[in-house]
Each structure stands twice: as structure tokens, then as C-alpha cells.
Write a protein that binds this ligand. Structure first.
Ligand code: PRP
Ligand code: MG
Ligand code: MN
Length: 179
């Protein structure tokens, strides 16, 4: 699997340092709020498990999954709820945890969802942000790295379902796409 990577963009150590920095910020900002930290499946699972262990505050966690129809024939950008939250978000301070924000559609959908249900505050923490990809306005409040408009894999991010388990972020060899 490592042989499929052309170049490492962020090492395991780079990522760990960014996670520590974000964890500190979140701990300071949410000290007395007991936030609900929501992992957006599937890509964010690695970041989620790392970031919450860098937050020395009371918090609870939940999971949500949506599907977005990007690329392919369906370029409508429609987002659908696949797995709903278990928690009642009314009055809660919500932190969405994402691996990457690209068009912003996933985030916009999720923010609308919990805003309609009466969340007290909504913030977004993403390890990677691709600002050039934005189609709708959605912004991350806590960002690990701004990434170039290239296809990256690892640390939760997949190509055809694979490479999520790479501990670093890399760029795939072009031969992998054309295979
Ligand atoms: C990816 C990524 C984000 C979303 C960002 O998830 O993990 O959740 O897309 O893209 P957007 O800003 O254009 O909406 P995806 O739905 O591909 O599924 P996965 O997390 O299950 O891999
Ligand atoms: Mg998903
Ligand atoms: Mn995702």
C-alpha cells in the first residue's frame, strides 16, 4: 500500500502536532460548555479518536453519516442523511469533526440539520481544508492544514475505500488512478 504513494504531504508527526494544537484551542474554548463532539463518518474517525484525547474537558460524542453525490453522473450535489445522531442537540454546543472540507456541501447540510433542531452553538473542526473547492459557503472554525487542490489519501481519506489507514497524508501515484 505504501508503494502506491508518490509523495508524503504531511507526516504522522506533522499531523500529531496539529492535533495537539487544535485540542488545546478546543479545551480552552469549551472549558465549561460540555460540548457534543460529532464525528462525520467515515473519513473523520481517525481524527476524531485523536482529537478528543487531546481535550482535557467534559464532553460527549456522537456520530453522523451522510452521503453526497459528487462526481459521476449525479452532479446535483445533493446530500442525504445515512445515519442520524443519537443525541438530542437542542441547547447543546456542537463541534463537528471532519477530515476534510471541499465543496462545503456536507457541512452546510449538517449545520442546517442541528440548527433546525435548536443547537445552542455550532462550530467545525477539520484536520484538512481545501478552500479552493468551495461551492457553497461553509467555513471551518478550527483547521489543521489548508491543502492544495490535489487528491490526497490517508489519515481517514480514501481512494475507492482504501488508504484510510495510512498514518500520514500522501499523494497517490498517477498510475493508481489510471489502473
Ligand atoms: C468526504 C469528507 C467530508 C466530505 C467533504 O466524505 O470526508 O465528509 O466528503 O466534502 P464536501 O465539502 O465536498 O461535502 P465522503 O462523503 O466522501 O465520505 P467518507 O467520509 O465516508 O469517505
Ligand atoms: Mg460517509
Ligand atoms: Mn466524510
Amino acid at each position: 500500500m505504501n508503494d502506491d504513494i508518490e509523495r508524503v504531504l504531511y507526516s504522522q508527526e506533522d499531523i500529531a502536532a496539529a492535533v495537539r494544537r487544535l485540542g488545546k484551542q478546543l479545551s480552552n474554548d469549551y472549558r465549561d460548555k460540555k460540548p457534543l463532539v460529532v464525528c462525520v463518518l467515515t473519513g473523520a474517525v481517525l481524527f476524531m479518536s485523536d482529537i478528543i484525547r487531546q481535550m482535557d474537558i467534559y464532553l460527549d460524542i456522537d456520530f453522523v453519516d451522510v452521503s453526497s453525490y459528487k462526481g459521476g453522473t449525479a452532479s446535483t450535489g445533493k446530500v442525504e442523511l445515512i445515519r442520524d445522531l443519537d443525541s438530542d442537540v437542542s441547547g447543546r454546543d456542537i463541534i463537528f469533526v471532519e477530515d476534510i472540507i471541499d465543496t462545503g456541501r456536507t457541512l452546510q447540510f449538517l449545520e442546517d440539520l442541528v440548527s433546525d433542531r435548536g443547537a445552542n452553538s455550532i462550530k467545525v473542526c477539520t484536520i484538512f481544508d481545501k478552500p479552493e473547492g468551495r461551492v457553497v459557503s461553509a467555513k471551518a472554525d478550527y483547521v489543521g492544514f489548508n491543502v492544495p487542490n490535489e487528491f490526497i489519501v490517508g489519515y481517514g481519506l480514501d481512494y475507492k475505500g482504501f488508504y484510510r489507514n495510512l498514518p500520514y497524508i500522501g499523494i497517490l501515484k498517477p498510475s493508481i488512478y489510471s489502473a
